[in-house]
Design a protein around this ligand. Structure first.
Ligand SMILES: CSC[C@@H](O)[C@@H](O)C(=O)COP(=O)(O)O
Ligand SMILES: [Zn+2]
Length: 264
């Protein structure tokens, strides 16, 4: 498995583009490609499902958001294929459709159908990156909790990898105030799936507002959205959650309660 970012095609064509930097492996457009390959190998973004968006938190303009195109095999993405959007007004700053035809092969790219959901995490939670996976652990959890609107779990060491979030009483903004403890109960809201991804936006926003302590939302029979302060935090939270959801499925099937001391 390669961990380098794809630059070959764009290099051959010689792109002069202020929203790309093929030499910097930490540039959001390159990281999206690298992480999608990693996620693909975990079965999280296969068959074009799922994806990741990154906000350029360390760049000159931290409102710049990178979004992959829709319906593309995520493990084959290239940096030049990214859309760039301004978080404040959702104005499109860059489209891959303006790249030379040698690259686009006349294919008309559309931004990911997850764009309004990613933007919700940026605006409501000031996220630095947002990951969407079709992880079977996430889907299976929502099936085992078919009649529930939230998932709970406690007393598992890996919970400590997740952030402790709280509303700042002055700014009213949700902030990270530390990490969760072993004794804490992890609670993740579950929203119902809709035929079109963008139609999930209202219920995702509602869940984000109703659960200030969460850094993820499960989507029934579909997958999960996970966000973090920056791309690396989002990656860690997604990995920790997927581990916990895999364990939860096994525990549930073995009849072991997920919240210690209860029958749940
Ligand atoms: C396999 S189709 C999946 C899509 O409908 C959607 O759920 C998804 O995760 C990815 O959407 P995309 O527009 O390709 O970024
Ligand atoms: Zn999806």
């Amino acid at each position: 498995m390669s961990s380098c970012f794809c630059k070959s095609e764009a290099q051959k064509v010689k792109l002069d583009d202020k929203y790309l930097n093929l030499e910097d492996p930490n540039h959001p457009a390159n990281l999206i490609c690298e992480l999608c390959r990693l996620f693909y190998d975990n079965n999280w973004v296969t068959g074009t499902g799922g994806g990741i968006s990154i906000r350029d938190v360390k760049g000159a303009n931290p409102n710049v958001v990178y979004i992959a195109p829709s319906g593309i095999q995520k493990e084959r993405l290239q940096p030049w294929e990214m859309f760039v959007v301004d978080r404040r007004n959702e104005q499109l700053l860059r489209t891959p459709n303006e790249c030379p035809e040698e690259l686009t092969k006349k294919y008309k790219y559309k931004p990911s159908a997850c764009t309004p959901l990613f933007m919700s995490c940026y605006t409501l939670r000031d996220a630095g990156a947002c990951i969407h996976t079709h992880s079977q652990n996430a889907v299976m959890t929502t099936l085992l909790y078919e009649d529930k609107v939230e998932f709970s779990m406690s007393h598992i060491e890996q919970i400590k990898a997740l952030p402790r979030l709280a509303i700042n009483p002055e700014t009213k903004v949700v902030e990270k105030v530390g990490s969760m403890d072993y004794h804490d109960t992890l609670v993740i809201p579950i929203i119902e799936n809709t035929p079109y991804e963008e139609d999930l936006t209202d219920s995702l926003q509602e869940a984000i507002k109703n659960y200030p302590g969460t850094t993820a939302v499960l989507v029934r029979r579909h997958g999960i959205y996970v966000w973090g302060e920056d791309v690396w935090k989002a990656k860690v939270y997604n990995e920790a959650l997927d581990y916990l959801l895999e364990l939860a499925v096994k525990m549930k099937l073995a009849g072991i309660p997920l919240v210690r001391g209860t029958s749940e």
